[in-house]
Design a protein around this ligand. Structure first.
Ligand SMILES: [Zn+2]
Length: 350
């Protein structure tokens, strides 16, 4: 999310009174130390568990207990996603906070497979992640043949509009967003935070499997202008290595957290061969406007060649997207990825 709020706008003036109508809580006394929330994209319902467990439990066993209890309590769920932390380590979503100890994504169709896993065959389940004491090292500086570009907008003559989502992935909203985009027949560009990709690798694989484009949004969302040259390099290269290992493709795009850059950092990123992506339309979805207000803000900013900036962790964005896609299409444009906008479609539509 950008590091500033527009001066003339206060969140209180226009935002939804609370998140209560989009986000629901499931109270299960049998699962202490766990906050269970669920949300819908209008088609499917997904639940997220945030658990802060005392001691050093058997993470897999705890996760299996939780998933069974949650599906029993709410059988209509399409997916349950878990983030299990050590209670003594949990520090919220601060960029420097410790990572979870265990994460998993359990679609209903995989429930039986998940509850029958043991530590010995955990690796056979491709939607679970167990913390490994060391975070990935910063790889060596790559040799790039060419310098990256600064991308502020697309050509006004393009029939595409780029939809970009920052701060991905999120264990509740990413599956809802991916499901919605699939139903809408839209591929988008996702700017992924490296440490989130590390802890939820399966969501990054899902993005790519669905034909979306993945870019670098730093390792832990630190503002690049607050870092040394070596610090920026570590943020970018570490995230590139994580993304490349998950997607099998080199990373081409970077969007600095908050979009804040100075000329030296801009040059540094381009020298790494990365295209630096800005945006034309930022409706400020993270301010949590009511969907009608968000839709109006998107529509008044809309223009040919647009790069639309949204976030996947905002429920009102999910509610607004189908209506905005309709608006874009009614004007003769096609919602797509950043590459669709700047270089035409690179692959057949799914
Ligand atoms: Zn961000």
């Amino acid at each position: 999310m950008p590091g500033f709020l527009p001066a003339l706008l206060t969140a209180a003036a226009l935002s939804a009174p609370s998140s209560a109508s989009w986000l629901h809580t499931l109270e299960l006394p049998a699962l202490p130390h766990s906050e269970i929330t669920y949300a819908s994209n209008g088609y499917i319902e997904v639940a997220q568990v945030l658990a802060k467990l005392p001691g050093n439990p058997d993470w897999l066993l705890q996760a299996q207990r939780m998933v069974k209890a949650i599906y029993r309590a709410r059988p209509g769920l399409a997916e349950v996603d878990l983030s299990l932390y050590k209670a003594s380590e949990y520090q919220g979503s601060d960029p420097a906070a410790p990572l979870p100890r265990f994460t998993a994504s359990v679609p209903k169709s995989r429930l039986e497979a998940f509850v029958h896993l043991s530590p010995l065959n955990l690796a056979s389940y491709d939607r679970a992640w167990l913390y490994a004491a060391k975070e990935p090292a910063v790889p060596a500086l790559p040799v790039k043949a060419s310098r990256g570009h600064l991308i502020y907008r697309g050509e006004a003559s393009s029939k595409y509009v780029a939809f970009t989502f920052d701060d991905m992935p999120h264990p509740l909203y990413t599956p809802l967003l991916l499901d919605l985009l699939r139903r809408e027949g839209v591929r988008a560009t996702f700017f992924v935070i490296g440490r989130n990709a590390l802890a939820y690798p399966y969501f990054v694989r899902d993005m790519v499997a669905q034909g979306n484009q993945v870019g670098n949004h730093s390792y832990d969302h630190r503002r690049f202008i607050t870092l040394s040259e070596a610090g920026v390099q570590a943020e970018v290269l570490r995230t590139n290595a994580i993304l490349q290992s998950l997607t099998g493709q080199p990373v081409q795009l970077v969007r600095p957290p908050g979009g804040r850059l100075d000329p030296a950092i801009s040059r540094q990123l381009r020298d790494l061969g990365l295209d630096v992506v800005f945006w034309t339309d930022d409706p400020g979805d993270y301010l949590r406007f009511r969907p009608k207000v968000l839709e109006t803000r998107l529509e008044v900013r809309f223009k040919p060649g647009a790069i639309v900036l949204l976030h996947d962790n905002v429920p009102e964005t999910l509610v607004t997207l189908p209506e905005f896609f309709r608006y874009v299409r009614a004007r003769g444009f096609i919602p797509g990825t950043l590459s669709d906008l700047v270089s035409g479609p690179s692959a057949p539509k799914p």
